[in-house]
Structure formats: C-alpha cells, structure tokens
Design a protein around this ligand. Structure first.
Ligand code: FRU
Length: 554
C-alpha cells in the first residue's frame, strides 16, 4: 500500500487529523473512524485514540512524511477559513492583540526583519482549551498597528502534531529563521516527545518547515525540554532551552540546556546550567527562557514552575522573572538573583527583541497556564498579549516602560483636579480603554485606594496600605475568574507612588514609579463599570489625574 492509498482507505484527506511517527511505524489519527474502508479496516486500530497503525514494507521517505504533513496543513487551513467570525464583544481589547476566536498563549518569534516587526503567538482557534497550538503571525511598521498574516505554522507534521510550541526567530540576510519546539504525544499514556525544529521564510509570510534540528534529549533530561532562545555570542550562536533534569534519586530540577552552533543548523550540546541559582533548587521546570543585554548587563528571563512563593497571596505554581547572567568565552552560563518581572495576576512567557533603533523591547502573555475560566470565554476568545514595553537596567534593576510608539493612540488630554481635603472623589469615564497618569503621596496611616472599572458592585482596587507597607491589587470584586484575587508589592520605604496605567476593556497594566514595578492583570467587570474612584480612610489632598482615551490600534 502507498501513503496515498492508505489515506483513501482511511476516508480521505479531511478525515486525517494527525500522522505520527514511531520509529518507522506510521500512526494515523482519524476524525471519523467509521469512514475506513477495507485496506485500512484490516490494520490495527486503537478506538480510544481513533488511531490506525501501519507498518510500511519500507520506511517512508522524508517526502512521504511531508506528504502527510501537507495534507493535514491544507485541511487545518481549510477549517480555519470556515470558522465563523464572532462579533465584537464587550471584553475584547481595543488595541491589545487578542484572538477573534480561540485561546491565545505565549508570544513567539518577536523580531525586526527587513524593515518590519514580526510577532507570532500560540493559538488554538477551535476552542478555549490548552490544545494543539499553532503559530499565528502579525506584522507591524510601528509596534502599535498590527496586520494579521496567514497562520505561520500549523500542527500538521509528525514532529509538531500536538503543538507548535514556543520559540524565537532570527533575521539572517533575507531569511526569517524560526526555531521552535515540536510537541508530540504518543499512545494512551500520552508520552511526550519534544524536538527543536526549524522553519524558514524568504518572503516573511510563508514558512517552510525543515523538521527537527535537535531530536535527542540531553543525558538525564526528561521530555520537558522546550522553548528555544537563540542568542548571538561572540562568533557563534547559542541556543538556550528550558529543561527538566531528573536526578538519580528521582528529584526533578529545573535547568537551562545550552547548545552552540556556527550556522543555526548544526547544534552541539554544551551542558545544563542553573545550579548557581538558589543552590540548584529552584522549581521543577523553567519555561520560555530569554537571554539579552540591557544597559551593559546580561540578563536571562525564566518562567519557573514550582518555586516557593514570595507572598502569601501568590498561591499558583507558575512564576515569571529575571536573573543576572554571565556567559564566558567557553559558553558557561551562570545565573544569580532571581526577581519577579511583574507583580500582577497575568504575566507569563515574555520575549524580548531588539528594536531597529537599539531599544530592548518586551512583550508578554497576559494570561497564565492552567487558567481558562474567564468571562471572555463566553465571547469565544481567551487571553491577550501585553503592550510592548521598553526595557532598561538601572540601579541593579530592570525597568519596564510602555513603548513610546503607544503615544499615537492617545486622544485629547483630559485633566481632573481636586480641591481641599476629601476621602472620596468620583471620576466618571465613558469607556474602559484609556491611559491614566497620577501620583499619590504615601498615606501616613490607613489606606488610599484607586478604584478602577467600577459600577458600585464590581470593581478592582489598587490599594496603598500604610499599615502593612505594601501596595495591593485586589480583584476580588471583579467578575469571577480562576486564579488568585490579591497581589502585593512590599513597600518598606513608603515612598510616594507615581502611576501610569493602561486600561483596555478587560486588562490593566499599571506601571509604578517609572516602570520600577509593573502589575499586569486581566480584570473583568460589566460594560457599564467605567467609573474611577479615589478613596481614602483619612481626609487627604489628591493629585491631578491626567488621562487620554485610546483609539483602536488595529
Ligand atoms: C508556556 C508554554 C511553553 C510551551 C507553550 C505551549 O506557556 O507551556 O513552555 O512551549 O506554552 O503552547
């Protein structure tokens, strides 16, 4: 039997959902197994997985495997083109990147290439579930207005059939080079296979997959091995991967695996790093590593899972932060001083890139793994990306500020001033999409609160808490969603607090004291909850509030 005959006997191209490769065995997953005809019906069939197993007489050639991939790619794209477009919805952001339909996760492949910014993100378009992620693609001239492009990479091939997982891009001459993790699950026990794969494009729009560049796990590393970051170091390339090491006694430890290459194609394994961080015990997995220089300091970003929480309010296993890094001439990596990057509820898997003018830019996922219960699901979409931020490194600390190009979105400036002492000021707003700037002198006693997205019943509070010397973000009065309800920043010095805040229908990005701290969060309140309030436990004077409604960036 030829692959073509097998497909026909399996009910045709549209009945083919995945083609899996286990050594030389072909496993085809079918949408409707009842469509099998005689030659396929006689092959071993796993009903639980809807999978047919075929042992070809001679191993399939790469072209024959690619033939399966092409058929699946075509049919995924056909299904995508038939998706019913949903109407604009109350929680959908005005200008942040969010899916029209489906579940978004990590930003990927953020790169300036041949005069344009390219940005990809993970998306499962067919429901709000963590499943079969493809990479969707946007381009922009100005980091604010993003043009959707055709889906870049679909879960079509034997090496990425259960997910085009995260990765980075490199702009090399006329090629846009992507290195990503191909995720595959085999059998009822869903054994994970992770390979690091290459895709390239010469027109910046259509991508050719070249399959795995790294198809073996390093010694002692489990299949939790993913999210390649490519970094130019001296005269060669470095690849950093999130990895999980299993020690002889069965302990799972998070590490970074490091590879080197001269040509981006052939990679040589150099070792596992991370033993300098917290004596080598810092969670069971680090996802989505990045490595970059900011103001002369080499930094690495990581998403550690399973570390000890730094706050009683932070009860989830997923964290995101940065460390100081050194990479010596022998490619040995050393990491120290973990700090959280963001102090809100929803910030994960950030990536950085270098802007055309040299600025270090960051974009993150405004969402968290495992959190899918959100009111926007009823509108058919889930999660969004953060605004783009400019990174600087000052006084031993990373600062994040909204990218200056966002100024383009500002409407007319509005200024609200207050006179005398008061404990409450109400500022009616006409929409939930605005930028706001203000300043608070630290309360001598009690609390001062900036109440946002408020209709009296539903709201979100930013609280300056003098007694406990901390800033608290409280979303316990917003519409229910899973995840925590309180986040805090210890504020021992009790300095005054200046705020630059972006609200976009169902998100808040709060930049505190020039970006020294950021709180990024998804907050859902009803459409009429537009009001702002200033509240204080003791009479106080309030600083002016300056705000701008923001137009749509798309
Ligand atoms: C982080 C992550 C990555 C993985 C991707 C899959 O959110 O789990 O480690 O590559 O999502 O979509």
């Amino acid at each position: 039997m030829t692959p073509e005959e097998l497909i026909t006997a399996c009910g045709g191209q549209d009945n083919l959902c995945r083609a899996l490769k286990v050594n030389d065995t072909v496993i085809l997953e079918l949408n409707d197994p009842s469509l099998r005809t005689a030659p396929a019906a006689s092959l071993p069939f796993n009903a639980a997985l809807s999978q047919v197993t075929w042992h070809p007489e001679t191993p399939l050639t790469p072209d024959q495997w690619q033939f399966f991939g092409q058929l699946i790619d075509d049919s995924i794209r056909r299904q995508l083109s038939q998706l019913k477009k949903t109407e604009p919805a109350q929680f959908r952001p005005q200008w942040h990147i969010a899916p029209v339909q489906g579940m978004l996760n990590d930003p990927n492949g953020f790169i300036f290439h041949q005069g344009k910014y390219h940005l990809f993100h993970g998306l499962y378009q067919f429901s709000g579930k963590h499943k079969d992620r493809c990479w969707v693609h946007y381009t922009s001239d100005d980091l604010v207005h993003w043009t959707p492009q055709p889906v870049a990479l679909c879960t079509a091939d034997w090496f990425d059939s259960h997910g085009v997982y995260s990765g980075h891009a490199v702009s090399q001459d006329n090629e846009l080079v992507i290195i990503y993790t191909g995720n595959v699950r085999i059998g009822e026990q869903r054994d994970r296979m992770s390979t690091q794969c290459l895709a390239t494009s010469t027109d910046g729009i259509h991508f050719t997959k070249h399959g795995p560049l790294i198809d073996e796990l390093p010694p002692g590393v489990t299949p939790h091995f993913r999210d390649p970051k490519i970094f130019r170091h001296r005269d060669h390339w470095i690849m950093l991967l999130g990895a999980q090491e299993e020690t002889a006694d069965g302990t799972l430890r998070a590490r970074l695996a490091l590879y080197r290459s001269e040509n981006l194609r052939d990679w040589q394994y150099c070792g596992l790093y991370g033993e300098t961080l917290n004596n080598g015990h810092f969670g069971y997995m680090w996802e989505c590593p990045d490595l970059f220089e900011a103001d002369g300091q080499l930094l690495s970003m990581l998403c550690p899972q399973g570390i000890e929480s730094h706050s009683p309010f932070y009860t989830i296993p997923h964290h995101c932060g940065y460390v100081k890094a050194t990479l010596d001439s022998e490619d040995h990596l050393s990491l120290s001083d973990f700090r959280h990057l963001d102090h809100g509820f929803d910030f994960y898997a950030p990536q950085t890139t270098q802007a055309a003018d040299g600025r270090r830019l960051l974009i993150g996922w405004m969402g968290m793994p495992d959190e899918t219960q959100r009111p926007s699901v009823h509108e058919g979409w889930l999660h969004q990306l953060t605004c783009i931020r400019e990174l600087t490194y000052q006084n031993n600390q990373l600062y994040q500020q909204p990218v200056r190009e966002l100024l383009q979105l500002r409407g007319t400036e509005q200024m609200v001033s207050f006179s005398g002492l008061s404990t409450r000021e109400v500022i009616p707003m006409t929409s939930k999409s605005f930028e706001l700037q203000t300043h608070f002198s630290w309360p001598q006693q009690g609390q001062k609160t900036l109440r946002l997205m408020d209709n009296g019943e539903y709201y979100c509070d930013l609280i300056l808490d003098a007694k406990n010397r901390r800033i608290v973000l409280d979303r316990s009065h917003a519409l229910p969603q899973d995840g925590d309800t309180l986040r805090d920043i210890p504020w021992p010095e009790q300095e005054d607090v200046s705020i630059q805040l972006f609200s976009d229908q169902s998100s808040l990005e709060i930049f505190i004291n020039g970006g020294r701290y950021v709180m990024t969060s998804c907050i859902f309140t009803p459409a009429n909850a537009c009001r702002l309030q200033l509240l204080s436990s003791h009479p106080c004077t309030w600083h002016d509030i300056q705000y701008w409604h923001l137009s749509s960036g798309k």
